[in-house]
Design a protein around this ligand. Structure first.
Ligand SMILES: Cc1cc2nc3c(=O)[nH]c(=O)nc-3n(C[C@H](O)[C@H](O)[C@H](O)COP(=O)(O)OP(=O)(O)OC[C@H]3O[C@@H](n4cnc5c(N)ncnc54)[C@H](O)[C@@H]3O)c2cc1C
Length: 444
């Protein structure tokens, strides 16, 4: 469960450890908690980008909607992520091209549609979030990764994706990278500003928003569902669970739907623009390495560099507020110093992290947990565009009964999921070790 108590940040050797995000401060205009018994057409549990988009889209159809968030809308992964809005689909493109080329085409269309959806939101809601349409590059650190990048690009282009393979110079990459695949659709942004912009739109819409209202249970009644919070209760015709990594905390959530995984970020002090250009990073595209567990790099308009992921840690529900561990922060810092040797003197000023919900298939899912209770979850590390797009597609389905073709690949007709074999800390640690051995062999 999220919470407002306890320190939000602590200092360690000049690095501020935050339990929230480095992109924005907490809003000060929190909506009041639910403290009554109310009714509505649809109650949405969780106000991340997913839940807020569901509510906004349903309100456009004239539905009476209530959103409940345990802390505030945007407290979760939505405002904490690496800010890379990418049109690259989830999964292994070469494998999918062989075993299910139709699904790969669907995933490409969904991923590019998600970017379009987020870009439309930014425009239509007038959100200032430092969005730059610079694309994102899957970058290779080793020759093996470079060959993989080339084959991935071929599979993706054949499936209709707007991708381009190139070497370090052609793609304007930092010179430690050998080359990679540029996903032309998308770019980078400040995800905290984007999420607060969507929250502001939600607060001025007709949707009733209750923050500081952790949902304790959702009960199917046959004629709707009841949502219970510490001080109130909502009787809704339908309920949508959009509580991401916290999904397993509610008894009504299908078993094995997802596992919570902690992802860490660090951010440097501002760097002189000429020094960044001198590394070769002239494109300023977002970067994600092609390791088993990627490293991500994002240069912001103020020339700080946000570095993310590299190590994933599986958690246990109920989740608590936390900071990233010193060991992971040190590891991310060493990655930054290895990839940008000429910037070794640049200090790391901030660190934070967030919980994502990972599914066994690594694909998002949406479906029905009971007659009146729906869920959407599992945009994994791609939810900046995909969570709001998937949410809006689910909202359209609830409002019209017609299922959009982009929702079909992710729709589960039965709430049955298998236990994940790879979402375990020893497996993820082994993946990290393999990545480091590969780096060492390549002298990087
Ligand atoms: C460090 C990090 C880096 C990432 N990088 C990227 C990236 O570069 N690009 C990308 O596309 N994606 C990235 N992601 C993933 C992306 O952020 C998520 O997939 C996306 O934000 C999920 O949105 P959401 O609305 O489903 O969940 P969230 O934003 O997590 O929202 C869930 C909400 O539910 C609320 N909640 C939880 N339990 C309850 C309850 N019981 N009652 C009421 N409310 C509850 C929470 O307070 C929260 O506000 C990253 C994630 C992290 C953490």
């Amino acid at each position: 469960m999220t919470g407002t108590s306890g320190p939000q940040s602590a200092e360690d050797a000049g690095t501020t450890y935050s339990t929230f995000t480095g992109w924005i401060d907490r809003p000060t205009d929190l909506a009041a908690p639910l403290d009554a018994e109310i009714s509505c057409d649809v109650a949405v549990v969780g106000g991340g980008l997913g839940g807020m988009s569901i509510a906004l889209r349903l309100a456009e159809f004239g539905a009476d909607v209530v959103v409940l968030d345990a802390d505030f809308c945007g407290y979760g992964a939505s405002s904490r992520n690496a800010g890379q809005l990418s049109g690259k689909p989830t999964g292994e493109p070469q494998l999918l091209a062989k075993v299910n080329p139709g699904l790969l085409r669907d995933l490409v269309r969904f991923a590019e549609g998600s970017v379009q959806f987020a870009e439309d939101m930014i425009k239509q809601l007038g959100i200032e979030c430092e969005y730059e349409q610079v694309g994102n590059v899957g970058v290779a650190v080793t020759k093996g990764q470079l060959r993989k990048a080339q084959r991935d690009a071929q599979a993706l282009i054949a499936a209709g994706a707007a991708e381009r393979y190139g070497d370090q110079r052609e793609l304007g990459l930092p010179d430690t990278f050998l080359g990679g695949v540029l996903t032309m659709v998308g770019g980078t942004m400040n995800p905290g500003m984007f999420t607060l912009g969507v929250r502001a739109a939600l607060l001025r819409s007709g949707v009733r928003v209750f923050e500081q209202s952790p949902v304790q249970s959702v009960i199917e009644t046959g004629a709707g569902a009841q949502v219970v919070t510490p001080l109130g209760r909502v009787r809704a015709k339908r309920v949508v669970l959009a509580n991401n990594a916290h999904a397993p905390e509610l008894g009504i959530t299908p078993k094995h739907l997802s596992k919570p995984v902690w992802v860490s970020m660090i951010e440097t002090a501002p760097v002189d623009a000429d020094r960044i250009a001198a590394t070769g990073w002239t494109s300023r595209s977002g970067l994600a390495t092609k390791h088993n567990v990627m490293e991500s790099y994002h240069v912001t308009p103020s020339n700080t560099i946000a570095v993310g992921v590299r190590r994933l840690e599986v958690g246990k529900n109920p989740l608590t507020d936390r900071t990233s561990s010193q060991a992971v922060v040190a590891d991310l810092t060493s990655a930054f110093r290895a990839r940008f040797p000429s910037l070794r003197d640049v200090p790391v000023t901030k660190t934070w992290g967030g919980w994502i919900a990972m599914t066994t298939t690594r694909l998002p899912v949406a479906g029905q947990a009971s007659k009146s209770v729906y869920y959407t979850v599992g945009c994994n590390g791609h939810g900046l565009g995909q969570a709001p797009y998937l949410g809006s597609l689910l909202a359209e389905y609830l409002a019209t009964d017609a299922i959009h073709h982009d929702l079909i690949p992710f729709w589960r007709s039965a709430p049955r999921f298998t236990r994940s074999l790879y979402l375990h800390n020893p497996v993820l640690r082994a993946a990290w070790v393999v990545d480091r051995l590969g780096d060492r062999r390549a002298g990087r």
